[in-house]
Design a protein around this ligand. Structure first.
Ligand SMILES: [Fe+2]
Ligand SMILES: [Fe+2]
Length: 237
């Protein structure tokens, strides 16, 4: 068996999130392109879905923990992705701006929400990723960062189009927003899945216990998007 083949086999055997990250890194160093790696990662995820899900669910953390905060935000983001999808379907069925007024307003609220979630990605990038890198886990943060850049561009683009919606022809409007919404619904959902089931468990295994309070401090400095963590809400009252 060639060296890469052996590593691919090892990669598929690794159920442990940290081992998986190290196997990925080795493969990339051996010359597998990042695109190919991403594909491999998706195949692997498909195979491991159940096992990983059970493992990730068994991790119990207090609500004030940075990972709990991110996971709670994921739930809200996922809910709004579903809403985005149904809004697009309703828009298509409405057929004109006059009949789609309510849906256009919902769409405006949703695009605003998604721009606000930039803070979520910023917290991941600035408070957690550098610590993973410091522990020698360099590739996964790069892949997730690339996703963030892509999402940000799509979200900004969508917001611009939606804000100027009524100036366009209804059909043109639908044709421009549909692929963007479909992209976000599919890819952002997958991104979240990978974070909940691989990246976050990996971070929990990798960072030292005493690093988390500092991560949380950085979180508070950057700020929150869709909601404030419960302990922050209590302090405000
Ligand atoms: Fe992310
Ligand atoms: Fe995330």
């Amino acid at each position: 068996m060639g060296k890469i083949k052996k590593e691919v086999a090892a990669y598929f055997k690794a159920a442990d999130p940290k081992e998986l990250a190290l196997a990925e890194q080795e493969l990339i160093q051996e010359g597998i392109g990042r695109e190919e790696m991403k594909r491999l990662c998706d195949v692997h995820l498909e195979v491991m879905k159940e096992q990983l899900g059970i493992k990730a669910k068994s991790i119990k953390l207090p609500a004030s923990h940075p990972i709990s905060i991110l996971k709670d935000e994921h739930k809200i983001i996922k809910r709004n992705l579903k809403k985005l999808k149904t809004t697009l379907e309703k828009l298509k069925a409405a057929g004109s701006f006059e009949r789609a007024r309510r849906q256009i307003n919902t769409l405006k609220e949703l695009t605003h929400f998604f721009l606000e979630t930039e803070k979520h990605h910023q917290r991941e990038e600035e408070a957690i990723f550098p610590r993973l890198v410091a522990h020698g886990i360099t590739e996964p943060p790069e892949i997730f960062k690339e996703d963030h850049i892509e999402f940000k561009a799509k979200k900004r683009n969508l917001n611009e189009i939606v804000m100027g919606a009524e100036k366009k022809d209804f059909k043109d409007f639908l044709d421009t927003i549909s692929p963007i919404i479909e992209f976000l619904v599919k890819n952002l959902d997958e991104h979240i899945y990978k974070e909940d089931n691989i990246l976050y468990p990996m971070a929990l295994q990798t960072l030292e216990k005493n690093e988390w309070p500092d991560v949380r401090k950085k979180f508070d400095v950057i700020g929150y998007c869709c909601f404030a963590p419960s302990d922050v809400r209590k302090k405000r009252k």
